[in-house]
Design a protein around this ligand. Structure first.
Ligand code: FAD
Length: 319
């Protein structure tokens, strides 16, 4: 037993810490501890850490900006690999970015060079890798629109390059998500544009978020995906005509449905359905994952009863 522990500590990457609280590494500020926690500051660090976890048969989880996760109150009984490879280069209209680069850094740097393509992501929290995995999108744009190729680590431990088409991007989904691939880096192709307009657009989006989203409380963004209009009955489609938006295809905003169901402000413990943007659940200070899951379940059940729609969760639960 004792020998086993020594072996494990030796085999884990240098710098691995034990029993690290995960809450500070998430935008929700919720969650228990990781048994082991390692910050991977280079692509090699990520690859080696995954190989080591696998050789020890230790469950591992890749965490980046922590803006799309809800960590269990019990934490994670394995190795959390915090992706923090942050190198990037911009050459003419090509951008090569490590998975750990923050989207905001990229939006600002490319904008300052008059490169158009990422301005939709002004104010989007999180990293390139997290955005690619979930095909992040907002204001009519999606990350898939600018991607040329990505480098991933596959289940066999091989590094492979996938061109955009192979990534099978769809609404908040991708092959990376489906197959649990790990994004190491990404190549974007942008276009030359008007620097002033590009920067102003990104700024407008940041301001819109500040105004409309409950950023004053810790949260993890939209809890549920918006709902494909086609999934509603014909009668409801007609009734909801005025609220349908095209982003990236015709959807009924889940925030609207939650609001119609009079669930704004619904509270369980210290978690609450935001009154400002009801597709957000906010942490009013000391909320637990159990509180959030309780609310999410309640919202799902009520929306199902009222609109015959199954809400799909956007946030990833980590346990
Ligand atoms: C205030 C707020 C507003 C938001 N607005 C939007 C929005 O407008 N549009 C939108 O799409 N999203 C939005 N989000 C959600 C979130 O910002 C995105 O999903 C973001 O892309 C997640 O990136 P991350 O680095 O924080 O990922 P994390 O939260 O760290 O991880 C999310 C998932 O991605 C995986 N992951 C992370 N890095 C990698 C990698 N390198 N390779 C493989 N898997 C990886 C993790 O394992 C986890 O499953 C919002 C969130 C917040 C808090």
């Amino acid at each position: 037993m004792y020998m086993g522990y020594i072996y494990m500590d030796i085999a884990l990457p240098l710098g691995t810490r034990r029993n690290v609280s995960l809450a500070p590494y998430t935008t929700f500020k919720i969650g228990g501890t990781a048994k082991y926690f390692y910050i991977a500051r280079s692509t090699k660090d990520i690859v080696d850490a995954v190989a080591q976890a696998k050789s020890l048969k230790l469950p591992f989880f890749v965490l980046a900006g922590g803006s799309n996760v809800l960590v269990s109150d019990k934490g994670f009984n394995g190795l959390v690999i915090k992706v923090q490879n942050t190198a990037y280069t911009i050459s003419k209209t090509n951008v090569h970015a490590d998975a750990g680069v923050s989207m905001e850094t990229l939006v600002k740097k490319t904008g300052s060079k008059g490169l158009s393509g990422l301005q939709w992501a002004g104010g989007l929290p999180g990293s390139v890798g997290g955005a690619v995995r979930g095909n992040a999108g907002a204001f009519g744009g999606e990350i898939k629109d600018s991607i040329v190729s990505i480098r991933v680590l596959n289940a066999k431990g091989n590094i492979v390059t996938l061109i955009q088409k192979q990534c099978k991007f769809s609404y908040r989904d991708s092959l990376i998500k489906k197959n649990n691939l790990i994004v190491l880096s990404c190549i974007f192709k942008l276009e030359k544009g008007n620097k002033r307009i590009i920067q102003a657009t990104a700024k407008d989006h940041r301001e819109y978020r500040k105004e409309r989203h409950p950023l004053e409380y810790p949260n993890a963004g939209s809890v549920f995906k918006n709902c494909d209009v086609k999934k509603f009955s014909k009668k409801l489609q007609e009734e909801l005509q005025d609220v349908i938006k095209v982003d990236p295809f015709p959807v009924v905003p889940t925030a609207y449905l939650i609001s119609q169901a009079k669930l704004k402000g619904l509270r369980v413990g210290k978690a609450q359905v935001s009154k400002k943007h009801p597709n957000y659940i906010v942490n009013k200070g000391g909320a637990t994952a159990k509180d959030v899951l309780h609310i999410a379940k309640k919202v799902k059940n009520i929306i199902k009863k009222k609109f015959s729609i199954n809400l799909e969760q956007e946030i990833q639960f980590v346990e």
